[in-house]
Write a new protein. Structure first.
Length: 116
């Protein structure tokens, strides 16, 4: 069974930090590009950052310099270190895997709230 299980969300004040994790199982993790996608209340899903199978990174301009995406193929886990969080970062964060032949998998999400 394919699973992507996110953790690490919560509530934090502006300027604070959180580290999200996504643990994968049931598929060839190292052969998949991994992304974090967020959905703010009332808005569509937006890609925050992607790390491909070679470790190349693509980050949305809104998070560059604040968020760091990394992957550990041995642990089958992808991480999103989020620093200097802003209220606009409030969203549900989803882990997303895209692999060969267009295979794709989604996690159920973890909520991040940035507020005083």
């Amino acid at each position: 069974e394919v699973q992507l299980v996110e953790s690490g969300g919560g509530m934090v004040q502006p300027g604070g930090s959180l580290r999200l994790s996504c643990a994968a199982s049931g598929f060839d993790f190292s052969g998949y590009d991994m992304s974090w996608v967020r959905q703010a209340p009332g808005k569509e899903r937006d890609v925050v950052a992607t790390i491909d199978i070679s470790g190349n990174l693509v980050e949305d301009a809104s998070v560059k310099g604040r968020f760091t995406l990394s992957r550990d193929n041995t642990r089958r886990t992808v991480f999103l270190q989020m620093n200097n969080l802003k209220p606009d970062d409030t969203a549900v964060y989803f882990c997303y895997a895209l692999g060969p032949y267009g295979r794709q998998y989604w996690g159920k999400g973890t909520a991040v709230t940035v507020s005083h």
